[in-house]
Design a protein. Structure first.
Length: 202
């Protein structure tokens, strides 16, 4: 039976009494990954014309999303909370992602410090595939004060208050967007004894 049409309409020419069965298939949104180390899964697919499909982005442990394209167009800036939404879908979409290995710490921070004495930690990390150099910073939740320099050297001088603090150093590669790893260490603060008595008098 001949049929012709475009978009959502078609013309069917029938020469005699006939039972006609019509099956409609909507556009698809297919997620895939280059190089592994994570998944991009889009649903629903297929879907109705003009509706939306959500692509959930799930990096493997130790990896971050590096690139995301939709029909070869860069859309990584549209990713929010680990998802990319394809809206008003009228044609097939191919959403393709790739993942970047985050830096791995090769050092461990000292867990003891002393009031009034400079504490120093020379942090080091390696990165399997990200662009150099490693960019160092203090991450959210850091409570020790002090600072970390461009070479990963962290210093602070503990004060008289507190039994411990949370040292949180972040190492990021220079890829855009960056892959980052945060190292968290509880640092105990040793305080000198305080005299709570007075000498006797005679």
């Amino acid at each position: 039976m001949p049929a012709a049409g475009a978009a959502s309409t078609c013309t069917v020419t029938i020469a005699a009494a006939t039972n006609v069965t019509v099956n409609f298939t909507g556009p698809t949104v297919i997620g895939s990954v280059v190089g592994g180390n994570g998944t991009v899964t889009c649903a629903p697919s297929p879907l109705m014309q003009g509706s939306s499909s959500t692509c959930t982005i799930a990096p493997s442990a130790g990896y971050s999303l590096q690139t995301l394209t939709d029909n070869t167009v860069d859309v990584i800036g549209a990713v929010a909370a680990g998802a990319y939404v394809v809206t008003n879908v009228t044609t097939n979409h191919a959403v393709v992602g790739s993942f970047n290995a985050n830096p791995v710490f090769t050092s461990a921070a000292p867990t003891q410090s002393t009031e009034g004495v400079l504490y120093t930690y020379n942090a080091t990390a390696t990165d399997a595939d990200g662009l150099a150099p490693i960019v160092w910073s203090l991450a959210a939740g850091h409570t020790c004060g002090g600072s970390v320099d461009a070479g990963g050297v962290f210093t602070f001088t503990p004060g008289a208050a507190g039994a411990s603090c949370s040292l949180r150093i972040q190492a990021c590669d220079s890829t855009a967007p960056a892959g980052c790893t945060t190292q968290i260490t509880a640092v105990a603060i040793n305080h000198p004894p305080s005299i709570t008595s007075s000498p006797g008098t005679q």
